[in-house]
Design a protein around this ligand. Structure first.
Ligand code: ZN
Ligand code: ZN
Length: 280
C-alpha cells in the first residue's frame, strides 16, 4: 500500500512548545496560504508552534520563501538538494544568495551528500557534482552567516571529510541524523547540532538510538522530515508536523528525561540555531 493510501496517524498527546526543525510543507500538501495555514493550525493544536520548511530544488525554494511570508509560524531553508546538485548553475547560485538575504529564510539547506541515490536514480547528480555543490553551499553559509543544514545519506565519512577540508560554518545542523554513536560523537565534538526524525523511533533503530544518547542537551533537535519517515507505530503512513510529539516523546524516554523538559530544551535549541524571532 502506498503512503498516500494509508490513513493519517491520529493526533499525538500534545507537547508544548515544539518546533519542527525540518519539514517539506509543499510535499505535505501545502499549496497556497490556506492549505499552509491548515497544516500549521493542526500542528499548533498539539503544541508545534513553528516549522522550518525546506527546499529541494529552485521551484521548491521559491515556494518555501512564499510560505514563510504567508504564515508567521513558517520559516524557510533554501539550497539545492545533493541529488539536484547538477542544477547549480550561475543563475541558481545568484538566486539562492538573493533568497538567503530574506529574514525568514533561516538556513542554507538541505545540502550535503547522497550516495544512496547515486546508482538508483538516473537523475541523481554525480559524486563530483555533489561534492562541488556541497562546497559551494558551505562557503555560502559562511559568507551569509546562516546555519548549514546537512543532508547525509550513506556518506558519513566523505561528508565529514569535505566539511573539515572546506572548514565548517559556525552552525551546522545534521538533519535526519542517521549515523551510529561513533559518528554522533565526532559530530558532537565538532560542535554540530544533531536533528532526529521519526527514524529514531523505529523498532530496529538500536544503533541510532544509541547515537541519540551521545548528544548533549545543547546540541539536539527534533524534526519530522514530513511527509517522509513517520514515527513508530505509524511508519509508512503520511507524516506532517503535527506528528512531531511522537518522536519528541520517544527521544525523551530514550534519554531518561520527561517529555516536557525535553520539549523545552529542543525548542530553545531550535530558536537559538535558527535565530527565530519568537516570544520566549
Ligand atoms: Zn534530507
Ligand atoms: Zn528533507
Amino acid at each position: 500500500m502506498s503512503r498516500r493510501s494509508r490513513p493519517a496517524p491520529p493526533d499525538p498527546e500534545p507537547l508544548s512548545p515544539l518546533i519542527d526543525a525540518h519539514t517539506h510543507l509543499a510535499a505535505c500538501g501545502g499549496r497556497d496560504p490556506e492549505s499552509v495555514r491548515a497544516i500549521l493550525d493542526h500542528a499548533q493544536r498539539v503544541g508545534v508552534e513553528a516549522v522550518v520548511t525546506v527546499a529541494d530544488d529552485m521551484v521548491d525554494a521559491r515556494w518555501a520563501v512564499s510560505a514563510a511570508d504567508w504564515d508567521d509560524r513558517a520559516y524557510a531553508a533554501v539550497a539545492l538538494h545533493p541529488t539536484h546538485a547538477a542544477e547549480l548553475d550561475d543563475a541558481a547560485k545568484s538566486e539562492l544568495e538573493q533568497m538567503l538575504t530574506h529574514p525568514r529564510v533561516v538556513a542554507v539547506g538541505e545540502t550535503g551528500l547522497d550516495w544512496y541515490w547515486l546508482d538508483r536514480s538516473a537523475d541523481c547528480a554525480t559524486r563530483e557534482q555533489q561534492i562541488e555543490a556541497f562546497r559551494w553551499h558551505i562557503d555560502l553559509s559562511k559568507r551569509i552567516g546562516k546555519p548549514l543544514m546537512i543532508h547525509n545519506r550513506d556518506a558519513d565519512r566523505d561528508l565529514l571529510d569535505v566539511l573539515a577540508d572546506e572548514g565548517a560554518p559556525e552552525t551546522v545542523i545534521m538533519h535526519c541524523f542517521s549515523g551510529d554513536a561513533g559518528i554522533a560523537r565526532e559530530c558532537v565534538d565538532r560542535g554540530y547540532h544533531l536533528s532526529f526524525s521519526g527514524t529514531v523511533t523505529f523498532a530496529n533503530a538500536t544503533a541510532l538510538q544509541a547515537a541519540a544518547l551521545v548528544v548533549p542537551d545543547e546540541q539536539i533537535l527534533v524534526e519530522t522530515d514530513a511527509p517522509f519517515l513517520t514515527a513508530h507505530p505509524f511508519r509508512g503512513h503520511p507524516n506532517q508536523s503535527y506528528c512531531l510529539p511522537y518522536t519528541a516523546r520517544r527521544l525523551a524516554e530514550l534519554r531518561s528525561t520527561d517529555a516536557e523538559s525535553f520539549g523545552r530544551i529542543v525548542t530553545s535549541n531550535a530558536r537559538h540555531v535558527y535565530r527565530l524571532a519568537l516570544p520566549n
